[in-house]
Design a protein around this ligand. Structure first.
Ligand code: ZN
Length: 87
């Protein structure tokens, strides 16, 4: 059985295994696939590490999965299209 893995920090301050924190690349609400989404309605409390793609349960800090390659591509595009335009 695969051992559970957790990030450091607490529910208000994530510190990913890769070194990412909210002050650097940050974490974003995501689908189970790792695709970034708005934290509305049926959101399940998952965050994706923008640097390494770890998918984190916000309540337990468990690394529940890793973003798919396709999700990573989508997310890179998400920021080139929305985040930069918002600044
Ligand atoms: Zn990470």
């Amino acid at each position: 059985m695969k051992q559970k893995q957790f990030i450091n920090g607490d529910t208000n301050w994530f510190e990913c295994k890769c070194g990412n924190t909210p002050a650097s690349s940050g974490f974003y609400p995501c689908h189970p696939s790792g695709v970034i989404r708005e934290p509305d309605g049926d959101w399940n409390g998952l965050y994706v590490c923008f640097d390494c793609g770890n998918i984190i349960d916000q309540d337990t800090l468990e690394i529940v999965a890793h973003a798919t390659y396709a999700a990573g591509l989508f997310n890179a595009d998400y920021f080139s299209q929305s985040e930069f335009l918002r600044r």
